[in-house]
Write a new protein. Sequence first.
Length: 250
Amino acid sequence: MRLDGKKALITGGGTGIGRAIALAFAREGARVALMGRRPDPLIKTAREIGSAALVVTGDLTRKEDIDATVAATLARFGGIDILVNNGGVLHAGTAETQTEQQWDETFNVNVKGLWLMTRAVLPHLRKAAGGSIINISSVLGLVGFANRAAYAASKGAVTMLTKSMALDHAHESIRVNCICPGVVETDLLNNFINNAPDPAQARAVRLEMQPMKRFGTPDDVAGCAVFLASDESKWMTGAAVPLDGGYTAR
């Protein structure tokens, strides 16, 4: 029970990586607030967790939704010790083909939403005499990739924002780290592959790029998140952890 008594707020908590983190945190003794735009996946995840879960429907691009989420979490749990900024969007495209709407949505959700949520939670981590902020970045926040102009740029911003916030709040025992996952088996990945002209070939090409010859799983990311949320990493801040099966080691 490495997170016994801790209170966590997780954005994008209904599916994929966010869901796996929520379930792992609950197994380790935490109470978890799940935020997302779609209520059905959030409710389903909360039912798996039980009474230790809270569902709050909201949009990361709306400050009023963020403030309401934080207020609901405080009302239910009495505080916040851990924030997981997992909510995000991905639009494929180059600098030429990316639309202005896609660019704006990518940065509004992946960067501005993360910043707004963190800013809303920081005073409550300070009241708790410290805490852990875990940002879900990407290997594309460390290296480039074709046809991912907006997404890679936004995740690069997340990685550097993580490091800056870590320095700003280290003296308050508020730790800020980010996980940089590689290709993870999620609905988002499957949608991209299934929409390719040849889905089998698209999957095979991506698998061939993986040194360990497999994609990651949401549980792989959840295990790293538990470590970063727990006291086992209490002297760790400002880190961007590549969790990618060796992809960035080349």
